[in-house]
Design a protein around this ligand. Structure first.
Ligand SMILES: *[C@@H]1O[C@H](CO)[C@@H](O)[C@H](O)[C@H]1NC(C)=O
Ligand SMILES: *[C@@H]1O[C@H](CO)[C@@H](O)[C@H](O)[C@H]1NC(C)=O
Ligand SMILES: *[C@@H]1O[C@H](CO)[C@@H](O)[C@H](O)[C@H]1NC(C)=O
Length: 201
């Protein structure tokens, strides 16, 4: 009966139906590929690169270590480079600290600054250690290093930054810059060796 023979109307609609479905599937697939390509191209064009921080100059003056407490005046010339071609950076809050053996001895904040693409900004930062307490062991080590004429410090920069691409601005995020092995000479005749920093976003 009707069960064994295919329904004539269904038989005619079937191929047309599947043709339409196939067309829709192809169009959808094409759209997905186009969107994926657009995202890839935008990402390749913007291609956010890590910021580059180096310390170009540094000095220490007025060193006085008495009863495990340190007084000193530090100066650092910090070079901040934004290598990005499309991404601009707002540095909304910038704090610089000096550490000796993981103990913070001095701190200062830097005025907010804006970095256009491929911009180099030089920050001259003065920091005062005033009666900064050190544990007894570190104090002894610091005194020994001082007598050798060369002291190793660590400089950290902590920033709250926003990206800007065209008119779009990102939310704020924290950037941590760590400059290890910053050697400061206590006799002014010696020069400063540039120090490269790790940038963590
Ligand atoms: C070093 O600091 C101590 C205590 O703060 C002070 O008594 C002394 O006068 C200082 N020495 C120099 C050379 O400034
Ligand atoms: C970097 O940008 C600042 C302003 O944000 C500008 O004063 C400075 O000249 C720029 N430096 C370079 C190398 O373009
Ligand atoms: C430095 O701090 C210690 C306590 O941490 C205090 O006893 C001492 O008087 C302070 N010295 C100066 C010069 O402020």
């Amino acid at each position: 009966m009707a069960n064994t023979a295919p329904h004539p109307q269904h038989a005619a609609a079937g191929p047309r139906h599947s043709k339409l479905l196939r067309t829709i599937a192809i169009v959808l697939l094409a759209l997905i590929i186009i969107v994926a390509l657009a995202v890839l191209i935008i990402w390749l064009v913007i291609k956010p690169k890590r910021l580059v921080y180096t310390i170009e100059d540094g000095s220490i003056h007025g060193f006085n270590l008495t009863n495990d407490h340190l007084d000193a005046n530090f100066y650092f010339a910090i070079r901040a480079y934004n290598p990005n071609k499309k991404v601009k950076i707002y540095n909304d809050k910038v704090e610089v600290s000096v550490y000796y053996n993981d103990q913070k001895v001095a701190f200062n904040s830097v005025s907010p600054f804006f970095q256009p693409h491929q911009n180099v900004t030089r920050l001259g930062v003065s920091l005062l250690a005033r009666n900064a307490s050190l544990n007894h062991e570190d104090s002894k080590d610091l005194r020994l290093e001082k007598s050798s004429g060369e002291i190793e410090f660590e400089v950290k920069v902590k920033s709250r930054i926003r990206y800007r691409v065209g008119k779009w601005k990102s939310s704020r995020r924290t950037m941590k810059v760590t400059c290890k092995g910053v050697m400061l000479h206590t006799s002014s005749s010696k020069g400063f060796d540039r120090s490269y920093c790790d940038v963590d976003l």
